[in-house]
Design a protein around this ligand. Sequence first.
Ligand SMILES: [Mg+2]
Ligand SMILES: [Zn+2]
Length: 191
Amino acid sequence: MSEALHKLVILDRDGVINADSDNYIRTVDEWNPLPGSIEAIASLSKAGYLIAVATNQSGLARGYFDEITLANMHNLMCELVEAAGGRIDVICYCPHAPAENCACRKPKLGLLEQIGAALDLSVQGAWLVGDHEKDMQMAVAGGCKPVLVQTGKGSSEASKLPAHLRTQVKIVDDLAAAALFILAQDGCNIS
Ligand SMILES: [Mg+2]
Ligand SMILES: [Zn+2]
């Protein structure tokens, strides 16, 4: 990657950073980081990457939790990353239900556009790490480099990725492995 380009990693949240649940993550107590995920984010941040989170949170529209609770989850996430020496630069989420047919629910590109606007840069060429086909679809459509972790829904998603995505997606074990892959691909020294 040339010096002229910014370094940006966009992360899905549930199943990538924290353990996912079929019943939605509804409270701060239910927001539990996956092993190594916080340190992985910090390692990317310390290597000079901007870190963005792009997450579908239809639980808001469904009334399972409110914006204040979501903000408290995200404060915890940011505090843990900062305690590990890194930072999350921007968090964008879709609060809508699928039936609302909004422009920001993944795999649509609205969250990528929000991240680009918030950071005042193009997301083209950014890394995008997720655990679901929707994340990979958004990455490819948005010109990002897709990495699928096999935490969360990722292991079942990996086995059923359509052929056109499978050829473009890098599949790794977890966010720690994704971070190592990204740093190696970009020629960053890993200390
Ligand atoms: Mg996910
Ligand atoms: Zn939305």
